[in-house]
Design a protein around this ligand. Structure first.
Ligand SMILES: NC(=O)C1=CN([C@@H]2O[C@H](COP(=O)(O)OP(=O)(O)OC[C@H]3O[C@@H](n4cnc5c(N)ncnc54)[C@H](OP(=O)(O)O)[C@@H]3O)[C@@H](O)[C@H]2O)C=CC1
Ligand SMILES: CC(C)(CO)C(=O)C(=O)O
Length: 309
């Protein structure tokens, strides 16, 4: 089995280090890190380092490459780029994907599968959907720190094909992974937390703790969650008021100074951010389905004023 991980940043490295360590003595399983430039150079030189609270793992994969011919065709491809890199990444590694390659995207968002389908030049019935519950960031190329969260992967599909066997491959590889046919609900529930929190903390330029301690901010956040709930319903996914309560409560589990990755990307003047997937997508789909997303529109105006003038 040839497993490729595309994008060796916070998420890809968390997954890649564990899979490599757990499959290092298995001659039948090759783990391939698909990365480029400084990351590729650092991993080739020193291996990939994952720093966790309990241990520091150094992993040397079967292959580190950004050359499709060298990578060859893959049996499984885990997509761990940011959302804005997904379309180009699929186009670049098109030849590594055969008809039955199992593809698992883990981006924050609900449209990764649509992006893959749009950019793959052939039919593939094995494009799954997924998400990961973790906080893991690049310290420097080839060195990644697991900051918290269980690292649990939830993945699945909604058609009749059974991919339970993929769960066994991932768990044998040292990952917490759960296969579900209800993946849309998981994706939307995660989105219903990540998107409003990222949008609001970016728009107001405040850490998570400053949201929690302000009742008016929490009321606005709840409105945004309700707007996502309405949108999920338009996609035939049920989000309940209890889910919203739980999401609001979850915010207090983060340290006061926590910031969303969207906010950090704005602060760091990153050339690209996930704003489209986390903010604009809700507004765009709201308009398509004629769902009121006024709170999102207000916050979007603030984001534009704060970061693009
Ligand atoms: N980090 C986290 O804790 C969490 C992140 N997420 C989500 O997971 C996704 C990934 O996030 P994260 O890991 O933080 O992102 P990072 O920016 O840390 O990593 C993305 C990596 O993808 C690489 N990449 C992009 N395009 C290509 C390409 N064509 N070929 C090879 N490598 C490529 C980038 O490399 P390069 O530098 O060369 O461009 C970079 O190393 C996002 O959607 C995020 O929202 C979800 C939960 C938590
Ligand atoms: C909001 C958070 C920290 C939740 O995991 C996240 O995933 C992000 O900032 O992208």
């Amino acid at each position: 089995m040839k497993i490729g991980i595309l994008g060796m940043g916070g998420i890809g490295s968390f997954i890649g280090a564990k899979l490599t360590k757990n499959y290092e003595n298995d001659p039948e399983t090759d783990i391939i890190f698909i990365c480029r430039n400084a990351t590729k150079k650092a991993i080739n030189q020193d291996g990939l380092t994952l720093i966790t609270a309990d241990e520091t793992l150094t992993a040397k994969p079967f292959l580190t490459s950004d050359v499709p011919e060298e990578i060859g065709t893959l049996d499984m491809l885990i997509l761990a780029t940011k959302s804005f890199s997904l379309a180009q990444a699929i186009k670049t590694y098109q030849d590594c994907i055969k008809e039955d390659t199992v593809i698992i995207p883990l981006q924050n968002g609900v449209d990764a599968k649509d992006i893959i389908v749009k950019n793959l030049n052939h039919y593939n019935s094995n494009i799954l959907e997924g998400c990961i519950y973790v906080a893991s960031n690049i310290e420097k190329p080839g060195v990644v720190k697991h900051l918290g969260g269980p690292g649990k992967i939830v993945f699945g599909n909604t058609d009749e094909i059974d991919f339970k066997w993929v769960e066994t491959i991932l768990t044998t590889g040292g990952l917490q992974a759960t296969y579900t046919k209800d993946i849309k609900t998981f994706l939307w529930k995660k989105y219903m937390f990540v998107s409003p929190v990222a949008t609001m903390t970016s728009a107001l330029n405040i850490p998570f703790g400053a949201l929690v301690e302000n009742a008016e901010y929490m009321r606005i956040l709840e409105n945004m969650m309700k707007e996502v709930k309405a949108l999920a319903n338009a996609f035939n996914v049920t989000i309940t008021d209890q889910d919203i309560e739980a999401a609001l409560g979850m915010l207090s589990n983060f340290p006061y100074q926590s910031k969303s990755s969207l906010q950090l990307d704005f602060e760091n003047n990153s050339p690209q951010t996930e704003k489209y997937n986390l903010v604009d997508y809700v507004i765009e789909q709201g308009e398509t389905f004629e769902i009121t997303v006024d709170t999102y529109k207000d916050m979007n105006k603030k984001i534009i004023a704060l970061y693009t003038t």
